[in-house]
Write a protein that binds this ligand. Sequence first.
Ligand code: SAM
Ligand code: DTB
Ligand code: SF4
Length: 335
Amino acid sequence: MNAVEGVRPAQATATAAAAPQRWTVAQAVELFELPFPELVFRAQQAHRQCFDPGEVQLSTLLSIKTGGCPEDCAYCPQSAHHDAGVKGSALLDVDSVVDAARRARDAGATRFCMGAAWRSPKPRQLEQVARMVSEVKALGLQTCVTLGMLHPGQAERLREAGLDYYNHNLDTAPEFYGNIITTRCYEERLDTLEQVRSAGLKVCCGGIVGMGESRSQRAGLLVQLANLDPYPESVPINNLVRVAGTPLADQPELDPLEFVRTIAVARILMPRARVRLSAGRESMDDSLQALCLVAGANSIFFGDTLLTTPNPQAGADLALLRRMGMRAQSSAEDA
Ligand code: SAM
Ligand code: DTB
Ligand code: SF4
């Protein structure tokens, strides 16, 4: 058996049909080490079994509460532990969020993601976000929020309000996590993901690469995600945005082809997930972004700002899709 055929999930041959597929880090590393064309070919095969390879989903992000976060995430310009010059804001009012969502919908987005720089939401804050969710949902958009850790009952409340996805990233491999964040642990993240899943919400969960982790740690992050049962419907792969004033500002750039490999392995391990080419596109040229879309990414953030950092202009993204003969997903139905 050659290396390509050999890389299969550990339980793929198990007799119990219902058993979840579990991947090992060694298997994921083996995928990373495939010759680049072989890896991209396998990712395309997986992609085509589950998706139309000519279509990309567009999500627009809005920071509904910016800066002053008590957590110490080393990559994040919004942490109060760093001085990245981010202008903080209070929680936005519902009307201005709904206006932004309407503009995003009219520009072509099918999902609207609202992010808050919180460790976890307080009850009053959660109620205000629930109102935003209901009104954004009523515009015909898919809804997503990322609010930090959740307390019991909060995921259910968001579900009742009309939330589709909750974003909460594992960010990196368990053994590298302590180098990046000390104010909350991996288990707490897994616990929030469990609450999101039990409430019947869809899970949006991914991570960041280019933070100084090893290839085996990148594989470790993807294996953690793929072995969640079920794996997330939506998997953002962020390339670190190196923001001045954060501890990771001077981190060397990840080899762009290693970033593409990460996308391809995510696609193979989680074939039915929307693999999201997330932060970091502003410093990628069109060819590199095109390679990511060929390697299995099928969702992007659409709009000129992420939360606090720049993202490519909407017109440039639409032009790139046109040049590639691809198109934006037109309906929020299965976005
Ligand atoms: N505070 C909430 C939390 O951490 O879950 C929600 C907002 S937080 C900004 C959402 C995600 O943005 C993080 O989990 C991280 O993956 C990503 N992120 C933040 N800063 C980033 C950066 N400089 N580069 C790439 N991704 C980043
Ligand atoms: C995700 O994984 N990436 C997005 C979204 N989920 C919330 C956030 C990227 C933030 C990049 C840094 C900034 O703009 O502040
Ligand atoms: Fe706060 Fe989220 Fe930034 Fe961490 S990533 S500092 S929790 S806003």
